[in-house]
Design a protein around this ligand. Structure first.
Ligand code: PEP
Length: 251
């Protein structure tokens, strides 16, 4: 089964509308970087979705960093999946470690968000990964297994292959430290086996699994060359147009 690589930029809480427009115009001047077989996405703060919708090169899709699972109602500050889809969003990051750790998102909540995103016709980018203590205790596999199972619990086997999973070791995010690509490959292969156990061979063969955590234009190729790693979710290094273009060319 061949899977298309995906490069997704997670801007976190960075860039004003004017800065987002400047980024889109800059990568638009190098749009040939996005002509290959891979998929590309940028996930800005909600406030910059509209400007990117109208300025990003056609081959770079729009993503969001969060969503709420309810369709509408008295949920001050939240945004529904349908609202994101209407705004032109194709990918939604769900269960990022910053959401889990700073905002108390549970495995169960993450699972509901995955279902809501699929229900609105978009692609969830489900983040899983161990923190430093869990890694030191040798619990990496069991943590990603628990997170993956919980997040996919409500998803039909027939649709599980549409989900994108990002393996993001928490200790690697924003730290400049990464696992060796072979080490990331071993965990990603384990995640794929978990998908197979839970949702079957077809879903496991289709599901795209990215690596995320201190990816740069200089190290991305080492990760995406691994047999089970289907791209990268990139934070800091996705903020500079030149860096994003270099990564697009490298995958
Ligand atoms: C992220 O925010 O998902 C991430 C991987 O960040 P960074 O690339 O900066 O480590």
């Amino acid at each position: 089964m061949t899977r298309r690589q995906l490069l997704a930029g997670n801007w976190k809480m960075n860039k004003t509308v004017a800065e987002a427009r400047a980024f889109a115009e800059a990568i638009g001047r190098q749009a040939d970087a996005f002509a290959g077989e891979a998929d590309f996405a940028v996930c800005p703060p909600f406030t910059a979705l509209h400007v990117l919708r109208v300025t990003l090169p056609a081959r770079v899709a729009l993503g969001a960093q969060n969503v709420y699972f309810e369709p509408k109602g008295a949920f001050t500050g939240e945004v529904s999946a349908e609202m994101l889809a209407e705004a032109g969003v194709r990918y939604v990051i769900v269960g990022h470690s910053e959401r889990r750790h700073l905002f108390g998102e549970t495995d169960a909540l993450v699972g509901k968000k995955v279902e809501a995103v699929l229900g609105a016709g978009m692609t969830p980018i489900l983040c899983v990964g161990e923190d430093l203590r869990e890694r030191q205790l040798g619990h990496t596999e069991r943590v990603v297994e628990r997170q993956t199972k919980a997040a996919l619990a409500g998803v039909d086997a027939g649709r599980a292959g549409e989900v994108v999973i990002a393996y993001e070791p928490v200790w690697a995010i924003g730290s400049g430290q990464t696992p060796a690509p072979e080490d990331a490959q071993r965990v990603v292969a384990h995640i794929r086996r978990v998908v197979e156990q839970e949702k079957g061979k077809e879903a496991a063969g289709r599901v795209r699994i990215l690596y995320g955590g201190s990816v740069t234009a200089d190290n991305i190729a080492g990760f995406t060359a691994q047999p089970d790693i289907d791209g990268a979710l990139v934070g800091g290094a996705s903020l500079q147009p030149d860096g994003f273009v270099r990564m697009a060319k490298a995958i």
